[in-house]
Design a protein around this ligand. Structure first.
Ligand code: GDP
Length: 212
């Protein structure tokens, strides 16, 4: 897929104000500082589209972008920052949950994980919640230019081992990316393209197959 246009549409905390669910949508989420803004900018080749290095906890909103006038990219608030209070954190978690479980056109959630560090409980907990709720997702390892080829295999194996220990017998698809080297851009866009083609506008009140 070639990126011809990428525009910011709306930031909001009110899910009713999200654009009409008439185009395929993909959400990006991960711990604060995981490299989410950098990855989004790299993916759509627009420097500064998603603001990088914001104060942790600042991205408090559901940010909608429209790409190629054809699909929505959603930048969700980072989870797990210690800098905001417990109540705010719980509020974010509720909003993210409500968004992920009700957004009818959401085709896949990209869970970003820092490829340089061992599996973290907070990421595994989030993945578990997605699995329990049947929300389609993939894992996107970031900052992987810092890893040697053995390390690239290792991080995937460690996640598989952690998921196996938690009782998973199937693993989510995994992508190795780097905003610095631009690794993974083609793979992610190649993943999105056929999903876009197969998208059908959900009817009013219709649930996606995984929400039945
Ligand atoms: P966000 O908080 O998840 O949106 O993360 P940012 O995109 O703002 O990046 C957080 C920090 O990680 C910044 O210092 C970036 O320069 C750095 N970073 C982001 N992507 C990469 C990458 O691919 N490789 C490396 N080495 N650092 C990165």
């Amino acid at each position: 897929m070639q990126i011809k246009s990428a525009e910011f549409l709306i930031s909001n905390t009110d899910l009713d104000k999200c654009p009409k669910p008439d185009k395929p949508e993909y959400a990006f989420i991960g711990r604060s500082n995981v490299g989410k803004s950098s990855l989004i900018n790299m993916l759509v080749s627009r420097h500064g589209l998603a603001k990088t290095s914001q104060t942790p906890g600042k991205t408090q909103l559901v940010n909608h972008f429209i790409i190629n006038k054809e699909w929505y990219l959603v930048d969700l608030p980072g989870y797990g920052f210690a800098q905001v209070g417990k109540a705010t954190r719980a509020g974010f978690a509720r909003m993210i949950d409500a968004y992920l479980t009700t957004r009818a056109n959401l085709l896949c959630t990209f869970v970003l994980i820092d490829g340089r560090i061992a599996p973290q409980k907070i990421d595994l907990d989030f993945i578990t919640r997605l699995g329990e709720q049947g929300i389609p997702f993939v894992l996107v390892f970031t900052k992987t230019e810092k890893l040697k080829s053995g390390g690239l295999q290792n991080i995937q194996d460690r996640y598989k081992a952690a998921l196996t220990e938690m009782g998973w017998d199937e693993f989510p698809q995994m992508f190795l990316t780097s905003a610095t080297s631009r690794a993974g851009q083609k793979e992610l866009l190649d993943f999105i393209e056929p999903l876009n083609k197969a998208f059908e506008i959900p009817q009013m009140g219709e649930k996606r197959p995984w929400q039945q």
